[in-house]
Design a protein around this ligand. Structure first.
Ligand SMILES: [Zn+2]
Length: 656
């Protein structure tokens, strides 16, 4: 009696993508339950009630998207053409902090799954927050995925601390382990957003449950420079030192790796996800994939998150991978179409450590496959002479819209381009709703520089009032004499070299935003340390007591990013630079604490010195009293009210 199966696809061109790149023409493929039981001539022997005629069509493995953040479909088009840090820290992370919850990721995942099924993807590697909800939505949609729960060193939408997110990852892995479609994993986000301890703990967790580990490695040249500066070595050896490769690693990007690092990736059996569109769009560079393949690394292809791509189209991605490799090497034989398709199928599965399940059409593997219509205008004609021509056809000419049927784990997810597990119309509607809410949030925060400062994270909203006076002095001698005498008590003193960048805005009421880099100088005038701070100063003077002014609205924030980051994020109307040497004393005079600054301006260049006296205050009455004391001090320093200047250094710098 002939063996039985549940379904037979017949009369197909079967592109198996197995290790021998076997192709069967006018052939059949037999499926029983969730698995492939026979491919090619052997499949004819199977008896089966259900048959699908695939004349004029290619049956091939479902494509594998080896790296994405699928719920970010809801953030695509939100902020584009920005540098990676401004895009990530200025827009993505603030919006994520505000909006990302289980409902958000569920909707984003369904939308992403619908898009991926439509374009022939049957398996993807994800990394995001609330991964449990993502896994649930993915399993309901019927797709296969490596779902990796993100762990970062700072708070995330789903965890207050990294200990919490590690616990979350453990719990998630325990609950989803052994699922027919979902492989759970931990995802230490990247070396620069994790601590050595997080990398180690995640690797241990992955090894304990024998699941893969998903991460980002060496995405930008900046990341590698930073690693060299801080640890004296590039990214791959450093994470190796933290024990990361004790786990089965899937590393996204690896754009900036040298040959030694590529060999290390190979030795540790780490898979790489190449993300050509995302790397190009964010200006990260082009990964040396031809070299990686030559050295035997398993390199898959990923779209990365739809906020940096902006779609999940793997046909586009594999075509770009092939073209880029030729373009950068000047060698048209580099990364032929067949290898690009292998990256998007079997090698992607290997990179994800899921090749025992999927990635090629072979008996024993799960029935994850797609049917591609080669009868479309742009696919015609086709040649028979070169058996490999089919690969060029699929990679260079075919489009994701040529995919007509999609099957995953033996179940149809799309037939004749109709989705069977998801409601497209409802998803479109809900996604537009979500976008409206996000638009509103971003619009409201753009109202003021302060709101933008708070939104970028880490900003301490701290309003303070202070009385202050600035005066020009020809010599420092009288002042130093007073400090050496008995009239004032010096509590502490310090010395700095300060670089101030002042930004002003179209609307002058926004005030000035100052980015200050302080270099502490030791007794010998050598740099002993540095810090950077942001201060937003309102322009309004609350009151004037002679030359002494009362200011308010100063908001301080530690400057976690570079001046360049803030310039691109705030887009000021004008910028002015001030550089000075500052000696600073905390002193007590008549029971009142003052800060005294003695400044020598280097830029804009200026003769003599400036002194600045300031004190925190709480009420107008207190300010009035302190103003009186300040005037006495000025007299002691030999300064007359005529020497005082009303405006700050920035006004000098601005030439006003
Ligand atoms: Zn990514």
């Amino acid at each position: 009696m002939a063996p039985a199966c549940d379904l037979r696809l017949i009369n197909a061109t079967i592109v198996t993508m197995d290790a021998h790149f076997a192709i069967f023409k006018n052939a059949a493929l037999a499926i029983a339950g969730d698995s492939i039981v026979a491919v090619g001539p052997g499949a004819d022997a199977y008896e089966c009630a259900d048959t699908v005629d695939c004349r004029g069509r290619v049956v091939m493995p479902g494509l594998i998207n080896a790296h994405t953040h699928v719920p970010m479909t809801l953030l695509r088009g939100l902020a584009d053409d920005l540098r990676l840090d401004v895009w990530l820290m200025g827009y993505m992370m603030p919006v994520e902090r505000e909006f990302v919850d289980p409902d958000f990721v569920r909707l984003g995942t369904k939308l992403g799954c619908a898009e991926m099924i439509r374009s022939g993807v049957t398996c993807f590697a994800d990394m995001y927050y609330f991964e449990d909800a993502i896994a649930r939505a993915t399993a309901d949609a019927g797709l296969r995925a490596l779902c990796a729960q993100t762990v970062l060193r700072f708070p995330t939408p789903d965890a207050k601390s990294y200990e919490d997110s590690l616990a979350l990852a453990r719990d998630f892995i325990e609950r989803w382990r052994g699922h027919s479609l979902i492989v759970p994993a931990p995802a230490p986000h990247a070396p620069y957003t994790c601590t050595p301890e997080i990398l180690r703990s995640c690797a241990e967790l992955a090894a304990e449950f024998d699941v893969p580990l998903h991460t980002h490695l060496a995405e930008t040249a900046f990341e590698v420079d930073q690693s060299r500066r801080e640890y004296g070595m590039p990214v791959v050896p450093w994470v190796k030192k933290q024990g990361l490769f004790d786990a089965k690693v899937l590393a996204a990007h690896c754009v900036h790796v040298d040959e030694g690092e590529i060999r290390a990736l190979k030795n540790f059996n780490a898979g790489v996800a190449h993300n050509p569109t995302s790397n190009l769009k964010l200006g990260a560079g082009i990964a040396p994939v031809a070299k990686m393949l030559e050295l035997g690394v398993d390199v898959g292809i990923g779209t990365d998150g739809p906020a940096s791509n902006n779609d999940l189209d793997m046909f586009e991605e594999m075509r770009l991978a092939a073209l880029l490799a030729k373009g950068v090497s000047g060698d048209p034989t580099a990364l032929p179409a067949r290898d690009a398709l292998a990256m998007a199928t079997r090698l992607g599965a290997r990179a994800m450590h899921l090749d025992h399940l999927t990635g090629s059409l072979e008996p024993g593997k799960r029935a994850d496959l797609i049917v591609v219509d080669l009868d479309r205008l742009h696919n015609v004609p086709a040649f028979e002479r070169d058996p490999d021509a089919i690969y060029a056809q699929l990679v260079y000419a075919s489009k994701s819209t040529d995919v007509v049927d999609v099957m995953c784990n033996g179940a149809w997810l799309m037939r004749d381009r109709a989705l069977l597990t998801l409601d497209e119309e409802a998803l479109r509607h809900a996604a537009r709703d979500a976008a409206r809410r996000i638009d509103l949030f971003l619009t409201s925060r753009e109202v003021s520089v302060l709101q933008k400062l708070v939104a970028v994270g880490g900003a301490i909203e701290q309003e303070s009032f202070e009385v202050q006076v600035k005066a020009r002095v020809a010599s420092e001698a009288p002042l130093l004499a007073v400090l050496a005498g008995k009239a004032v008590t010096v509590v502490k003193s310090s010395r700095y070299h300060q670089y101030d960048t002042y930004w002003s805005f179209e609307d002058p009421d926004q005030g000035w935003l100052r980015y200050r880099e302080d270099e502490f100088l030791d007794r010998d005038g050598k740099v002993a340390g540095a810090r950077a701070r942001l201060t937003l100063t309102g322009r309004t003077r609350e009151a004037e007591f002679g030359a002494v002014l009362l200011f308010r609205s100063r908001y301080l924030a530690p400057a976690a990013h570079s001046a360049r980051f803030y310039r691109e994020y705030f887009r000021p109307a004008a910028e002015h630079l001030v550089e000075k040497d500052r000696r600073r004393w905390l002193l007590v005079y008549r029971g009142v604490e003052f800060y005294l600054h003695l400044d020598r301006l280097i830029n804009p260049p200026s003769d003599g010195f400036f002194i600045e006296l300031k004190s925190r205050t709480w009420s107008r009455r207190d300010a009035q009293d302190k103003a009186t004391v300040i005037n006495e001090l000025l007299a002691l320093f030999g300064t007359s009210p005529d020497d005082t200047i009303r405006d700050g250094y920035v006004t000098l710098a601005a030439g006003r």
